[in-house]
Ligand binder design. Structure first.
Ligand SMILES: [Cu+2]
Length: 152
């Protein structure tokens, strides 16, 4: 009887250890480095496995930029404002995954996506609209500052 008890305890510890190591692997987020410049968004990998994702975003350009993450099949399907920037208010909350906010030249930000990213297509984009001294605007999204990102 005593022997049987200790066997059960050992088995229990074994299962516990297995569970801990499996869940640790599952919660370790995928890490993606992203460079922002005029006018492109360049991740160091085009896809990651589904789950937690962390974007390490750096502005290597000469102007302020940002990065917004939304679920979408392509940049072309995103709703636009008349000026050609993305109408973020028209994107369902469920499709929004986070954003860095404005990053000045040379600045970095670690964007931890709070929701798990499921398999599918996402668009990373900069939605800044600059007012130029001559009164015109420079719309970063319209200038091509977006890229498709895949979660498998
Ligand atoms: Cu930008």
């Amino acid at each position: 009887m005593k022997k049987a008890m200790s066997l059960i305890v050992v088995a229990g510890v074994g299962i516990g250890a297995l569970f801990v190591s499996t869940s640790a692997a599952a919660t370790k987020p995928a890490s993606v480095k992203v460079n922002l410049t005029e006018f492109s968004i360049v991740p160091d990998k085009a896809s990651v496995k589904a789950g937690r994702v962390v974007f390490r975003v750096k502005n290597i350009g000469v102007e302020t930029h940002e990065m917004v993450v939304v679920a979408a099949t392509s940049p072309e399907v995103l709703p636009l404002k008349p000026d050609g920037s993305v109408d973020e208010a028209a994107i369902p909350q469920a499709h929004k995954y986070g954003e860095t906010g404005e990053l000045k030249v040379g600045k970095s930000k670690t964007l931890v996506i709070k929701k798990k990213m499921g398999p599918g297509s996402y668009v990373l984009f900069c939605n800044l609209v600059e007012k130029m001294p001559n009164g015109t605007t420079m719309v970063h999204f319209k200038s091509g500052m977006h890229t498709l990102f895949t979660v498998t």
